[in-house]
Design a protein around this ligand. Sequence first.
Ligand SMILES: *[C@@H]1O[C@H](CO)[C@@H](O)[C@H](O)[C@H]1NC(C)=O
Ligand SMILES: *[C@@H]1O[C@H](CO)[C@@H](O)[C@H](O)[C@H]1NC(C)=O
Ligand SMILES: *[C@@H]1O[C@H](CO)[C@@H](O)[C@H](O)[C@H]1NC(C)=O
Ligand SMILES: *[C@@H]1O[C@H](CO)[C@@H](O)[C@H](O)[C@H]1NC(C)=O
Ligand SMILES: [Cu+2]
Length: 410
Amino acid sequence: MRTMWSSILLPTILVGLIYKFARVRNGYYPVDIVEKLRDATMPNVTAWMNKKIAASTNNKCTLENAAVRKEWSDLTVPEREEYTRAVTCLTKLPATASKIKFPGAVSRYDDFVAYHMTHAAQLHDNIHLFAAHKYYVWVFEQALRNECNYTGYQPYMNYDRYAQDPINSPLFNGNASSLGGNGAPDPTYRGIQQAGRTPNIIKSGGGGGCVTEGPFKDMLISLGPVSPMAKNIPPNPLANGTGSNPRCLRRDVNRNAAMGATADRMYNLLMEKSIDGFYNKLLGNPSPKNDPYPWGIHTAGHYIAGLDPGGDPSTSPGDPAFYFHHGALDRLWWIWQMQDPDTRLNAVPGAGPMPDMPGMNHGGGKFRRQSQTDPSKAMIDLDFLAPPIKLFEANDQLGGNNGLFCYIYV
Ligand SMILES: *[C@@H]1O[C@H](CO)[C@@H](O)[C@H](O)[C@H]1NC(C)=O
Ligand SMILES: *[C@@H]1O[C@H](CO)[C@@H](O)[C@H](O)[C@H]1NC(C)=O
Ligand SMILES: *[C@@H]1O[C@H](CO)[C@@H](O)[C@H](O)[C@H]1NC(C)=O
Ligand SMILES: *[C@@H]1O[C@H](CO)[C@@H](O)[C@H](O)[C@H]1NC(C)=O
Ligand SMILES: [Cu+2]
Protein backbone atom coordinates (compact mmCIF):
# COMPACT_ATOMS: atom_id res chain seq x y z
CA MET A 1 0.00 0.00 0.00
CA ARG A 2 2.65 2.42 1.10
CA THR A 3 4.80 1.79 -1.95
CA MET A 4 1.84 2.14 -4.26
CA TRP A 5 0.82 5.44 -2.75
CA SER A 6 4.35 6.65 -2.80
CA SER A 7 4.71 6.01 -6.50
CA ILE A 8 1.35 7.53 -7.36
CA LEU A 9 1.98 10.65 -5.35
CA LEU A 10 5.62 11.04 -6.16
CA PRO A 11 5.26 13.39 -9.16
CA THR A 12 3.17 15.99 -7.33
CA ILE A 13 5.18 15.71 -4.16
CA LEU A 14 8.38 16.15 -6.11
CA VAL A 15 7.07 19.34 -7.67
CA GLY A 16 6.29 20.58 -4.20
CA LEU A 17 9.59 19.53 -2.80
CA ILE A 18 11.59 21.08 -5.60
CA TYR A 19 9.82 24.31 -4.84
CA LYS A 20 10.46 24.01 -1.10
CA PHE A 21 14.05 22.97 -1.54
CA ALA A 22 14.71 25.92 -3.80
CA ARG A 23 15.62 27.63 -0.59
CA VAL A 24 18.08 30.41 -0.68
CA ARG A 25 20.88 29.23 1.56
CA ASN A 26 23.29 31.82 2.81
CA GLY A 27 26.46 30.63 1.09
CA TYR A 28 28.65 32.17 3.74
CA TYR A 29 27.90 29.21 6.00
CA PRO A 30 28.95 25.71 4.94
CA VAL A 31 26.22 23.07 5.02
CA ASP A 32 26.51 21.48 8.45
CA ILE A 33 25.95 17.93 9.61
CA VAL A 34 22.46 18.70 11.00
CA GLU A 35 21.33 20.29 7.74
CA LYS A 36 22.58 17.18 5.94
CA LEU A 37 20.63 14.96 8.30
CA ARG A 38 17.51 17.04 7.82
CA ASP A 39 17.83 16.71 4.03
CA ALA A 40 18.46 12.98 4.35
CA THR A 41 15.33 12.70 6.49
CA MET A 42 13.01 14.34 3.95
CA PRO A 43 12.29 11.10 2.03
CA ASN A 44 11.07 9.63 5.30
CA VAL A 45 8.90 12.68 5.88
CA THR A 46 7.48 12.31 2.37
CA ALA A 47 6.73 8.62 2.88
CA TRP A 48 5.07 9.33 6.19
CA MET A 49 2.98 12.15 4.74
CA ASN A 50 1.91 9.91 1.85
CA LYS A 51 0.70 7.39 4.37
CA LYS A 52 -1.26 10.05 6.21
CA ILE A 53 -2.76 11.36 2.98
CA ALA A 54 -3.80 7.83 2.03
CA ALA A 55 -5.49 7.41 5.39
CA SER A 56 -7.00 10.93 5.22
CA THR A 57 -5.45 11.85 8.54
CA ASN A 58 -3.39 14.75 7.21
CA ASN A 59 -6.16 17.33 7.82
CA LYS A 60 -5.47 18.89 4.40
CA CYS A 61 -1.82 19.49 5.29
CA THR A 62 0.63 18.49 2.56
CA LEU A 63 4.29 19.16 1.98
CA GLU A 64 3.25 21.45 -0.87
CA ASN A 65 1.05 23.71 1.22
CA ALA A 66 3.09 23.56 4.43
CA ALA A 67 4.55 26.82 5.70
CA VAL A 68 8.34 27.01 5.67
CA ARG A 69 10.23 28.26 8.69
CA LYS A 70 13.67 29.46 7.72
CA GLU A 71 17.00 30.15 9.33
CA TRP A 72 17.58 33.86 10.06
CA SER A 73 20.62 34.22 7.78
CA ASP A 74 18.79 32.55 4.93
CA LEU A 75 16.21 35.35 4.94
CA THR A 76 16.89 38.37 2.76
CA VAL A 77 17.68 41.62 4.55
CA PRO A 78 14.18 43.02 3.73
CA GLU A 79 12.63 39.80 5.10
CA ARG A 80 14.62 40.17 8.33
CA GLU A 81 13.47 43.77 8.64
CA GLU A 82 9.87 42.79 7.99
CA TYR A 83 10.16 40.36 10.88
CA THR A 84 11.59 42.83 13.39
CA ARG A 85 9.01 45.44 12.29
CA ALA A 86 6.23 42.93 13.03
CA VAL A 87 7.65 42.22 16.49
CA THR A 88 7.87 45.96 17.19
CA CYS A 89 4.27 46.25 16.00
CA LEU A 90 3.18 43.69 18.63
CA THR A 91 4.95 45.80 21.26
CA LYS A 92 2.76 48.76 20.22
CA LEU A 93 -0.59 46.95 20.29
CA PRO A 94 -2.47 46.87 23.59
CA ALA A 95 -2.22 43.91 25.96
CA THR A 96 -5.19 41.58 26.30
CA ALA A 97 -4.01 39.95 29.56
CA SER A 98 -5.99 40.83 32.70
CA LYS A 99 -4.97 44.24 34.08
CA ILE A 100 -5.69 42.91 37.57
CA LYS A 101 -3.45 39.85 37.29
CA PHE A 102 -0.81 41.55 35.11
CA PRO A 103 -0.80 45.28 35.83
CA GLY A 104 2.66 45.50 34.21
CA ALA A 105 1.62 43.99 30.87
CA VAL A 106 1.66 46.92 28.48
CA SER A 107 1.56 45.38 25.03
CA ARG A 108 0.31 42.44 23.03
CA TYR A 109 3.92 41.27 23.03
CA ASP A 110 3.79 41.28 26.84
CA ASP A 111 0.79 38.92 26.77
CA PHE A 112 3.18 36.13 25.82
CA VAL A 113 5.61 37.04 28.59
CA ALA A 114 2.73 37.23 31.07
CA TYR A 115 1.58 33.74 30.15
CA HIS A 116 5.09 32.25 30.24
CA MET A 117 6.02 33.81 33.58
CA THR A 118 2.97 32.34 35.30
CA HIS A 119 3.19 28.89 33.68
CA ALA A 120 6.95 28.38 33.61
CA ALA A 121 6.90 25.26 35.80
CA GLN A 122 4.30 23.47 33.69
CA LEU A 123 5.70 24.63 30.36
CA HIS A 124 9.02 23.07 31.25
CA ASP A 125 7.92 19.77 32.77
CA ASN A 126 8.94 16.62 30.94
CA ILE A 127 5.62 16.03 29.24
CA HIS A 128 5.00 19.59 28.05
CA LEU A 129 8.42 21.04 27.23
CA PHE A 130 8.37 20.21 23.52
CA ALA A 131 4.69 20.30 22.60
CA ALA A 132 3.62 23.27 24.73
CA HIS A 133 6.48 25.40 23.38
CA LYS A 134 5.58 24.31 19.85
CA TYR A 135 2.03 25.57 20.35
CA TYR A 136 3.21 28.71 22.13
CA VAL A 137 5.65 29.70 19.35
CA TRP A 138 2.97 28.95 16.75
CA VAL A 139 0.47 31.22 18.52
CA PHE A 140 3.12 33.97 18.58
CA GLU A 141 3.72 33.46 14.85
CA GLN A 142 -0.04 33.74 14.27
CA ALA A 143 -0.15 37.02 16.21
CA LEU A 144 2.66 38.43 14.04
CA ARG A 145 0.82 37.40 10.89
CA ASN A 146 -2.77 38.16 11.84
CA GLU A 147 -2.32 41.25 13.99
CA CYS A 148 0.78 42.82 12.43
CA ASN A 149 0.42 41.76 8.81
CA TYR A 150 3.68 39.81 8.81
CA THR A 151 3.85 37.75 5.62
CA GLY A 152 6.59 35.32 6.65
CA TYR A 153 6.90 32.65 9.32
CA GLN A 154 8.82 32.45 12.59
CA PRO A 155 12.56 32.22 11.80
CA TYR A 156 14.85 29.97 13.83
CA MET A 157 18.54 30.21 14.64
CA ASN A 158 21.05 27.62 13.58
CA TYR A 159 23.31 28.06 16.60
CA ASP A 160 26.25 26.60 14.72
CA ARG A 161 26.33 29.58 12.36
CA TYR A 162 26.81 32.03 15.21
CA ALA A 163 28.58 30.07 17.92
CA GLN A 164 32.13 31.18 17.09
CA ASP A 165 31.33 34.87 16.92
CA PRO A 166 27.76 35.73 17.89
CA ILE A 167 28.45 39.45 18.39
CA ASN A 168 29.49 39.86 14.75
CA SER A 169 26.75 37.63 13.36
CA PRO A 170 23.70 38.72 11.34
CA LEU A 171 21.61 37.84 14.39
CA PHE A 172 23.34 40.04 16.98
CA ASN A 173 25.64 42.48 15.14
CA GLY A 174 23.36 45.33 16.18
CA ASN A 175 22.58 46.64 12.72
CA ALA A 176 19.13 47.46 11.37
CA SER A 177 18.52 43.92 10.08
CA SER A 178 19.65 42.10 13.25
CA LEU A 179 17.86 41.42 16.53
CA GLY A 180 19.96 44.17 18.04
CA GLY A 181 23.41 43.95 19.52
CA ASN A 182 25.13 43.17 22.76
CA GLY A 183 24.31 45.11 25.90
CA ALA A 184 26.67 47.82 27.12
CA PRO A 185 29.44 46.41 29.35
CA ASP A 186 28.36 45.76 32.93
CA PRO A 187 31.38 44.69 35.00
CA THR A 188 29.13 43.59 37.86
CA TYR A 189 27.74 40.85 35.63
CA ARG A 190 30.02 37.82 35.94
CA GLY A 191 27.96 35.18 34.17
CA ILE A 192 25.51 32.38 34.91
CA GLN A 193 26.30 29.78 37.57
CA GLN A 194 26.03 26.17 36.38
CA ALA A 195 25.86 24.09 39.54
CA GLY A 196 27.10 20.55 39.07
CA ARG A 197 28.94 21.24 35.82
CA THR A 198 32.62 21.68 35.04
CA PRO A 199 33.15 24.53 34.29
CA ASN A 200 30.46 25.68 36.69
CA ILE A 201 29.80 29.08 35.14
CA ILE A 202 28.97 30.46 31.72
CA LYS A 203 31.30 33.42 31.96
CA SER A 204 30.06 36.84 30.89
CA GLY A 205 30.53 37.67 27.23
CA GLY A 206 31.32 41.27 28.15
CA GLY A 207 27.82 42.75 27.90
CA GLY A 208 25.09 42.84 30.51
CA GLY A 209 23.80 46.40 30.20
CA CYS A 210 21.18 47.99 27.96
CA VAL A 211 21.04 47.12 24.25
CA THR A 212 21.97 50.35 22.47
CA GLU A 213 21.75 49.41 18.79
CA GLY A 214 19.31 47.84 16.37
CA PRO A 215 15.55 47.52 16.08
CA PHE A 216 14.91 46.70 19.76
CA LYS A 217 17.09 49.36 21.40
CA ASP A 218 13.98 51.24 22.57
CA MET A 219 12.01 48.14 23.53
CA LEU A 220 10.16 48.66 26.81
CA ILE A 221 10.61 45.80 29.27
CA SER A 222 7.96 46.02 31.96
CA LEU A 223 7.11 42.60 33.48
CA GLY A 224 9.58 40.94 35.85
CA PRO A 225 12.24 40.27 36.80
CA VAL A 226 11.31 37.07 38.62
CA SER A 227 14.88 35.72 38.95
CA PRO A 228 17.14 38.76 38.40
CA MET A 229 20.39 37.76 36.70
CA ALA A 230 22.38 40.89 37.58
CA LYS A 231 22.64 43.35 40.44
CA ASN A 232 21.51 46.49 38.69
CA ILE A 233 18.12 45.28 37.47
CA PRO A 234 15.39 47.17 39.31
CA PRO A 235 13.11 44.88 41.33
CA ASN A 236 9.47 44.52 40.35
CA PRO A 237 7.04 46.37 42.64
CA LEU A 238 4.96 43.18 43.02
CA ALA A 239 6.35 40.03 44.62
CA ASN A 240 5.06 37.86 41.75
CA GLY A 241 6.78 40.06 39.16
CA THR A 242 3.64 41.09 37.28
CA GLY A 243 3.79 44.78 38.19
CA SER A 244 4.91 47.68 36.01
CA ASN A 245 8.71 47.93 36.02
CA PRO A 246 9.69 49.96 32.93
CA ARG A 247 13.32 49.42 31.95
CA CYS A 248 15.59 48.69 29.00
CA LEU A 249 16.31 45.38 27.27
CA ARG A 250 19.58 44.11 28.80
CA ARG A 251 21.74 41.54 27.08
CA ASP A 252 24.90 39.59 27.30
CA VAL A 253 25.56 38.13 23.85
CA ASN A 254 27.67 35.19 24.81
CA ARG A 255 30.06 33.00 22.86
CA ASN A 256 30.71 30.79 25.92
CA ALA A 257 27.04 29.84 25.92
CA ALA A 258 26.69 29.53 22.13
CA MET A 259 29.63 27.13 21.84
CA GLY A 260 27.52 24.59 23.74
CA ALA A 261 25.17 24.32 20.75
CA THR A 262 27.50 23.64 17.82
CA ALA A 263 26.44 21.29 15.00
CA ASP A 264 28.38 18.32 16.39
CA ARG A 265 26.52 18.68 19.69
CA MET A 266 23.16 18.99 17.93
CA TYR A 267 23.93 15.94 15.81
CA ASN A 268 24.98 13.99 18.85
CA LEU A 269 21.65 14.89 20.45
CA LEU A 270 19.75 13.81 17.34
CA MET A 271 21.43 10.39 17.47
CA GLU A 272 19.75 9.58 20.78
CA LYS A 273 17.41 6.64 20.27
CA SER A 274 14.94 7.22 23.06
CA ILE A 275 12.88 10.27 23.91
CA ASP A 276 14.27 10.19 27.45
CA GLY A 277 17.80 10.23 26.08
CA PHE A 278 16.90 13.09 23.76
CA TYR A 279 15.21 15.08 26.52
CA ASN A 280 17.96 14.58 29.08
CA LYS A 281 20.79 15.34 26.69
CA LEU A 282 19.00 18.46 25.47
CA LEU A 283 18.93 19.67 29.07
CA GLY A 284 22.52 18.66 29.70
CA ASN A 285 21.68 15.88 32.19
CA PRO A 286 23.96 14.29 33.19
CA SER A 287 26.45 17.03 32.55
CA PRO A 288 28.90 16.10 29.78
CA LYS A 289 32.44 15.39 30.95
CA ASN A 290 35.55 16.85 29.31
CA ASP A 291 33.53 19.41 27.43
CA PRO A 292 34.47 23.07 27.84
CA TYR A 293 30.84 24.01 27.10
CA PRO A 294 28.81 21.32 28.88
CA TRP A 295 25.53 23.22 29.20
CA GLY A 296 23.19 21.18 27.03
CA ILE A 297 21.62 22.84 23.99
CA HIS A 298 18.59 24.20 25.84
CA THR A 299 20.69 26.21 28.29
CA ALA A 300 23.25 27.17 25.65
CA GLY A 301 20.53 28.60 23.42
CA HIS A 302 18.94 30.62 26.21
CA TYR A 303 22.22 32.25 27.23
CA ILE A 304 23.32 33.16 23.71
CA ALA A 305 21.42 36.34 24.56
CA GLY A 306 20.91 36.06 28.29
CA LEU A 307 20.22 38.57 30.98
CA ASP A 308 17.07 40.63 31.37
CA PRO A 309 14.68 39.27 30.41
CA GLY A 310 16.46 36.72 28.16
CA GLY A 311 18.21 34.93 31.02
CA ASP A 312 15.29 34.88 33.43
CA PRO A 313 13.58 31.49 33.08
CA SER A 314 10.18 33.04 33.82
CA THR A 315 10.25 36.09 31.57
CA SER A 316 12.72 34.95 28.89
CA PRO A 317 10.23 35.42 25.98
CA GLY A 318 10.60 39.15 26.70
CA ASP A 319 13.73 39.06 24.51
CA PRO A 320 12.70 38.36 20.89
CA ALA A 321 15.68 35.97 20.60
CA PHE A 322 13.63 33.51 22.68
CA TYR A 323 11.46 32.61 19.68
CA PHE A 324 14.54 31.88 17.57
CA HIS A 325 15.85 29.51 20.21
CA HIS A 326 12.59 27.69 20.81
CA GLY A 327 12.06 27.52 17.04
CA ALA A 328 15.47 25.88 16.81
CA LEU A 329 14.59 23.34 19.52
CA ASP A 330 11.31 22.63 17.76
CA ARG A 331 13.26 21.97 14.56
CA LEU A 332 15.60 19.56 16.33
CA TRP A 333 12.66 17.73 17.92
CA TRP A 334 10.99 17.45 14.49
CA ILE A 335 14.15 16.09 12.84
CA TRP A 336 14.47 13.61 15.71
CA GLN A 337 10.82 12.51 15.40
CA MET A 338 11.05 12.11 11.64
CA GLN A 339 13.88 9.58 11.88
CA ASP A 340 11.12 7.13 12.76
CA PRO A 341 7.76 8.92 12.83
CA ASP A 342 5.65 5.85 13.58
CA THR A 343 7.28 5.31 16.95
CA ARG A 344 8.68 8.75 17.74
CA LEU A 345 5.84 11.14 16.95
CA ASN A 346 4.04 10.65 20.24
CA ALA A 347 6.95 9.55 22.38
CA VAL A 348 6.77 11.47 25.66
CA PRO A 349 9.69 11.76 28.07
CA GLY A 350 9.45 10.51 31.64
CA ALA A 351 8.17 7.20 32.89
CA GLY A 352 5.67 6.94 35.72
CA PRO A 353 3.18 9.57 36.87
CA MET A 354 3.25 12.67 34.75
CA PRO A 355 2.62 16.21 35.86
CA ASP A 356 -0.14 18.17 34.21
CA MET A 357 -0.81 21.84 33.67
CA PRO A 358 -2.48 23.01 36.86
CA GLY A 359 -5.09 25.70 36.83
CA MET A 360 -6.62 23.89 33.92
CA ASN A 361 -10.34 23.53 34.36
CA HIS A 362 -11.16 22.77 30.78
CA GLY A 363 -11.10 19.03 31.16
CA GLY A 364 -12.13 18.85 34.80
CA GLY A 365 -10.45 16.91 37.58
CA LYS A 366 -11.20 13.49 36.12
CA PHE A 367 -9.54 14.45 32.89
CA ARG A 368 -6.53 15.71 34.68
CA ARG A 369 -6.02 12.51 36.64
CA GLN A 370 -6.23 10.43 33.48
CA SER A 371 -3.58 12.52 31.83
CA GLN A 372 -1.18 11.68 34.61
CA THR A 373 -1.01 8.10 33.48
CA ASP A 374 -2.03 8.40 29.83
CA PRO A 375 -0.26 11.12 27.82
CA SER A 376 -2.84 10.81 25.05
CA LYS A 377 -5.27 12.46 27.48
CA ALA A 378 -2.94 15.29 28.46
CA MET A 379 -3.75 18.84 27.43
CA ILE A 380 -1.85 22.03 26.71
CA ASP A 381 -3.47 25.00 28.35
CA LEU A 382 -2.35 28.37 26.98
CA ASP A 383 -4.92 30.13 29.19
CA PHE A 384 -5.76 33.56 27.73
CA LEU A 385 -3.43 33.15 24.73
CA ALA A 386 -5.25 30.42 22.81
CA PRO A 387 -7.73 27.55 23.21
CA PRO A 388 -6.56 24.38 25.01
CA ILE A 389 -5.55 21.49 22.75
CA LYS A 390 -4.51 17.91 23.30
CA LEU A 391 -0.80 17.40 23.83
CA PHE A 392 -0.64 14.91 20.96
CA GLU A 393 -2.09 17.48 18.55
CA ALA A 394 1.00 19.59 19.11
CA ASN A 395 3.31 16.63 18.66
CA ASP A 396 2.45 16.71 14.95
CA GLN A 397 3.41 19.85 13.10
CA LEU A 398 2.22 18.41 9.77
CA GLY A 399 -1.53 18.17 10.29
CA GLY A 400 -1.96 18.45 14.06
CA ASN A 401 -4.55 20.72 15.69
CA ASN A 402 -7.05 20.06 12.86
CA GLY A 403 -4.43 20.94 10.30
CA LEU A 404 -3.69 24.37 11.78
CA PHE A 405 -0.17 23.09 12.38
CA CYS A 406 1.29 22.63 8.93
CA TYR A 407 4.91 23.68 8.60
CA ILE A 408 8.39 22.39 7.96
CA TYR A 409 11.86 23.68 8.72
CA VAL A 410 14.48 24.18 6.05
C1 LIG B 1 0.36 39.19 41.40
O1 LIG B 1 0.24 39.80 42.65
C2 LIG B 1 -0.74 40.84 42.71
C3 LIG B 1 -0.67 41.47 44.09
O2 LIG B 1 -0.78 40.49 45.08
C4 LIG B 1 -2.11 40.25 42.40
O3 LIG B 1 -3.10 41.29 42.41
C5 LIG B 1 -2.06 39.64 41.01
O4 LIG B 1 -3.31 39.02 40.70
C6 LIG B 1 -0.95 38.59 40.95
N1 LIG B 1 -0.88 38.10 39.58
C7 LIG B 1 -0.92 36.82 39.27
C8 LIG B 1 -0.83 36.45 37.82
O5 LIG B 1 -1.01 35.95 40.12
C1 LIG C 1 -2.94 45.21 8.60
O1 LIG C 1 -3.55 45.37 7.32
C2 LIG C 1 -4.91 45.79 7.41
C3 LIG C 1 -5.49 45.76 6.00
O2 LIG C 1 -4.68 46.44 5.11
C4 LIG C 1 -4.94 47.17 8.04
O3 LIG C 1 -6.29 47.61 8.16
C5 LIG C 1 -4.31 47.10 9.43
O4 LIG C 1 -4.27 48.39 10.00
C6 LIG C 1 -2.91 46.52 9.38
N1 LIG C 1 -2.46 46.29 10.73
C7 LIG C 1 -1.32 46.78 11.21
C8 LIG C 1 -1.05 46.54 12.63
O5 LIG C 1 -0.52 47.40 10.52
C1 LIG D 1 23.63 44.08 8.62
O1 LIG D 1 24.37 42.89 8.68
C2 LIG D 1 23.98 41.92 7.73
C3 LIG D 1 24.75 40.65 8.04
O2 LIG D 1 26.09 40.87 8.18
C4 LIG D 1 24.24 42.46 6.34
O3 LIG D 1 23.81 41.52 5.38
C5 LIG D 1 23.48 43.75 6.16
O4 LIG D 1 23.75 44.30 4.92
C6 LIG D 1 23.83 44.74 7.25
N1 LIG D 1 22.94 45.87 7.13
C7 LIG D 1 23.37 47.12 7.26
C8 LIG D 1 22.34 48.19 7.15
O5 LIG D 1 24.54 47.38 7.49
C1 LIG E 1 14.21 6.58 7.41
O1 LIG E 1 13.36 5.56 7.89
C2 LIG E 1 13.99 4.30 8.00
C3 LIG E 1 12.92 3.29 8.38
O2 LIG E 1 12.18 3.71 9.48
C4 LIG E 1 15.11 4.37 9.01
O3 LIG E 1 15.77 3.14 9.13
C5 LIG E 1 16.09 5.42 8.56
O4 LIG E 1 17.07 5.60 9.53
C6 LIG E 1 15.40 6.74 8.33
N1 LIG E 1 16.36 7.65 7.77
C7 LIG E 1 16.49 8.88 8.16
C8 LIG E 1 17.58 9.70 7.56
O5 LIG E 1 15.71 9.38 8.96
CU1 LIG F 1 9.91 28.33 28.07
